[in-house]
Structure formats: C-alpha cells, structure tokens
Design a protein around this ligand. Sequence first.
Ligand code: PLP
Length: 424
Amino acid sequence: MTSRFPLIPDASLSEKDPALSALLREEENRQRAKLPLIPSENYVSRAVMEATGSALTNKYSEGYAGKRYYEGQQVIDLVETLAIERAKALFGVQHANVQPYSGSPANLAIYATFLKPNDTVMGMALPMGGHLTHGWNVSVTGSWFRSVQYGVRKDTGRIDYDEVRDLAKKERPRLLFCGGTAIPRVIDFPIFAEIAREIDAILVADIAHIAGLIAGGVHPSPVGLAPILSTTTHKTLRGPRGAMLMSTEEHAKALDKAVFPGLQGGPHNHTTAAIAVCLHEAAQPEFKDYAAQVVTNAKVLAEELLARGFDLISGGTDNHLILIDLTNKGILGKKAAQALDKAGMVSNYNTIPYDPRKPFNPSGLRIGTPAVTSRGMGAEEMRVLARLIDGAIDAAKRESDLELERIAADIAELSADFPAPGLA
Ligand SMILES: *Cc1c(COP(=O)(O)O)cnc(C)c1O
C-alpha cells in the first residue's frame, strides 16, 4: 500500500539536497587530502559513523534505562546499558553516565551536582592549558561561581604542585579540577588526590584529551584517586562527538540527576550507540597499539622539532600533544597555523603560558598525533612531518606561497599513502 499523503521523498542526500551534499563531499575530500594535527581531533571508524547516522536519531528517551518518560524504549534501554557497561569495564569505574551532549555540558553537570552559585571552584587557567569550563572568566563556570585558577611554572612549563596545594589551602574550593587542553605532560593524579583530601574538596579528573591514552594504558588512570571523571568521546578515544561522566557509586545518583532532568532533555541515542561502538573498539588489543603509537609519534615529532630549533613548552611531551612557543622563530601562532593549513597540515594557534599576546593572536601553536596515527603513520612519517612543518613556517616568514604549495603537494602524496579511516 502506498501512503495517501505526500511523504518526505525518500531520496538520497545528493538527489534531495545537492548543495548540502556537495559541501559534505568537499569536507570529506578536505579530511582525506590534508593532515589533521589538531590534538583534539581524530578519525572515527566506519562502524562509529554508521551508528551515528542510524535510526536511533528518531527516538526520544528522557530518563534512564527502566525509568523513561516515553514508551518504545525496548531497544534504546539495551543500547544505553551496553554503552554504560562497556564504559565501566574499559575504565574500571563503578558508575557511568553516557548522556551528556558534549564535554562542556558534562562539566556543567558536575557543577550542578556539587556547587551552589558563588561556591568556589579551582581549576587550571585556560591560557595555562586548562579548559574554559574549569572556571575561566568568559565561561559561566567562572562567572556564576567563585573561581580560583592555577597554572604552570614559567621556567619549567609544568604544574607546581606545591603552589597548587598552597592556593587550595588558602581558597578552600569545593571542587578541584585537573586536566586540560594544552598539557603536554603526564597529570599527577595521586598528588591532586592528596591535595583534594587535605582540603576536603571533590577532585574531578577531566580526561577529555587523554581518555584514549588511559584506555590504551599509556597514561596513568585517575580511577581510585578522583571520585569524578569527565571525558569527551571524540578526541583520543576516537568516538562520536559526545561525552561521559564516570564516578564512584557514592555520587552516581546525584550526577545522573544533574544531567537529567537538571540540565538536559532527551539523550542523543544515535550518539549513545556510537559511544558503545567506540568503547568496544577501545577495548580491543589493537587499541593499545594505537595509543602507544600516538605517544611514540608525538615524542619523535617533538625530538625532531627540538632538533630544528623549536621551543617546546615543558621541553617536550609525554602524551599526544605538543605546544610550541614560536617567539624565537619570529612568527606569530596564527600566521604559522594559516601557513601550515595552506601547506596541507591543519593545526591551531594557541596561547602559551604567560603569553604576552591576546588569545586571538597568540605566540603559540598546538599540534598533536591522534589523527595522523589513526591514518597509520609512524615514526618515519613524523620525521617527514617535522621537516615539512619547519619548511612551511620558514616559507611563511618569507611570504613564499610557492613554497607552501610545493609542501602541500608533498603532503597530498603522503596523505594518499595513508588513507583516512571511516571515509569510504
Ligand atoms: C574538549 C574539552 C572539553 C569540552 O568538550 P566540548 O565537547 O568541546 O564541549 C572539556 N574539557 C577538556 C579538558 C577538553 O579538552
């Protein structure tokens, strides 16, 4: 039987909306041809893509498995429970909530759980490597709450834990965040746990950047030290754009209530399904190899850049991320990032600790290895990349677009040898 009403015509995207379809093809080609060196980006698998583009996007599921406000949850409850069980097994936690829409709302749910307006939070300052949602002033986390910020030492580029302890004892925050967006070194969770214990604060480990490294066993885990963990799922964990909150049993109910109904409505079930898939992938032995290679690649890239006279914050890296102070190279971060993009390498300009310049045109450049490692690149390719990065920055200083084009051709060749996963 055919419908009596005009339905949404069941045409493909390219038939129905050629303009948008062409844009998608263009972006796919960009992702194939250029090399993403942004440390928070990655390529998801085809399996994750499939789950993201599934029929689960049609379903409303306010509530949690077994306690929903809508009918028809026979499958959704199983999907969400599977994601939760996989998160618990992979990270070794007692409780997981897979509903936060992204990392920032996940963090806001933590504030909603533990703080009242004007209570005190302590986190790492954004220009020092922290995240907006750790109490930075342009975020509501810095204006609705009383925020105290710590940083890194100017001489070492690393966190001074004595300074963090002194500040914490003086300011007595209720929440203490560790983790960030531009921290090239291992985060010392035991020391943070000790400081939190001394001032009776709740320690939150925001592992958004390093979740995949923790799952892969190449960065220490905060589990057992921080009662609350927050993570995005789309960075080193290589899943869909989304987030998870994990905790001890003690805080499970309160956290769940803060996410729904405290902050959110219906969960994005297609994302939940894709999170389940990425957690399954991250539990395979190959993922350990991937995580180890991400770190090896970053270390090789860092060594090669140091050998070429680049000034790296903290002198190198322990993880997937490298923060470059370009001051001695006589070029600003934005100009360098734009030149690298022209040359086929996509990075981002970034403030460096104690940056005398403004965030919109800072002194630094942030690069990382998660995405190029997903393309199968190893140490040999990192040596090539270091040479091409150096060449592109030199070309930018000389305003040589011709040289940038030559480098872009080399990158295109390299990209062709290492196809982007997930893009058929
Ligand atoms: C990326 C990130 C977030 C926020 O994630 P969004 O999904 O962009 O909101 C929060 N905290 C840290 C440490 C991050 O790196």
